[in-house]
Design a protein around this ligand. Structure first.
Ligand code: ADP
Ligand code: UDP
Length: 235
């Protein structure tokens, strides 16, 4: 397989077209951004770690019967994926209160949600990715009712599989964001990445933060935390 042209370069990844129909190369970059791109740094080694961590999670989910775009990891920083037509939606699952939810609703940080909360956000940087109700999703034509039902069920399955896997590795899955898209024949598939950039991971015993919050909050030890996640995920 040969990469042809870069179809899209985002904040964290480059999507390359290839000479194989329906296949793309997803390359993970070292750029770290937060607060909708306001904070930006290049952190050497981040792309390689996120590619490895994401590859592990996608393989795990495929084994558990979740349909994902992951085909194979082809280099330190690249994976082959199925080309999807992405929904303009982010699906967030929350097990424990953190981040925007704490700020928006005043819920105490660390509050456990059982059952977990599933939220939808509009993927639109100009609008700062606003939260959406299911009615908004339907009214804006972002997904059909049938697709919304699938997204919620798939997001909760991903949560169950990852929570169980991580808890066996002394890691708490606080919350995470997923993106989905459709194949040419309309099948809904999990795309994008699953990494410490898009999930919150805390050490189960100490509560130590092992994700992008280290960058957002200037806590230091960013790459070491990502390395630790990879070690746990590969063990
Ligand atoms: P952003 O667009 O937020 O800056 P990234 O740098 O992560 O984010 O860019 C990756 C882009 O590729 C995202 O817009 C994502 O929706 C899109 N994408 C992820 N997986 C696929 C796929 N399988 N097919 C097509 N596009 C994808
Ligand atoms: N998230 C993400 N991309 C986004 C927004 C959120 O990957 O554009 C992830 C984030 O890393 C966290 C979860 O989704 O694991 C919930 O994020 P939250 O809404 O709390 O937003 P934040 O305050 O982290 O921006």
């Amino acid at each position: 397989m040969k990469k042809t042209n870069a179809l899209y370069e985002g904040k964290a990844k480059i999507l390359w077209e290839t000479d194989e129909p329906g296949r793309m190369v997803q390359e993970f970059k070292d750029d770290a951004t937060a607060f909708n791109g306001v904070k930006h740094e290049v952190i050497s080694g981040k792309g390689v770690l996120n590619n490895q961590i994401s590859s592990h999670f996608f393989a795990l989910l495929e084994e558990a019967g979740v349909r994902t775009h992951f085909v194979e990891k082809i280099s330190d920083s690249e994976m082959v994926v199925e080309r999807l037509s992405m929904l303009a939606l982010e699906v967030v699952v929350r097990n424990i209160a953190a981040g925007s939810l704490v700020k928006r609703l005043g819920v105490e940080q660390g509050t456990t949600f059982d059952p977990p909360i599933v939220e939808f956000y509009l993927k639109d940087d100009d609008l700062n990715d606003p939260i959406l109700s299911e009615e908004h999703v339907r009214a804006l034509g972002l997904a059909t009712d049938e697709q919304v039902a699938y997204l919620k069920q798939a997001a909760l399955t991903v949560n169950r599989v990852l929570t169980e896997f991580l808890s066996e590795r002394n890691t708490r899955l606080v919350d995470f964001k997923l993106e989905f898209g459709t194949t040419a024949d309309g099948e809904m598939v999990l795309g994008d990445e699953i990494s410490p950039d898009t999930c919150r991971f805390h050490d189960a015993a100490s509560g130590k933060i092992m994700d992008k919050d280290r960058f957002r909050q200037d806590l230091g030890g960013f790459i070491d935390a990502y390395k630790e996640v990879l070690e746990r995920v590969s063990s």
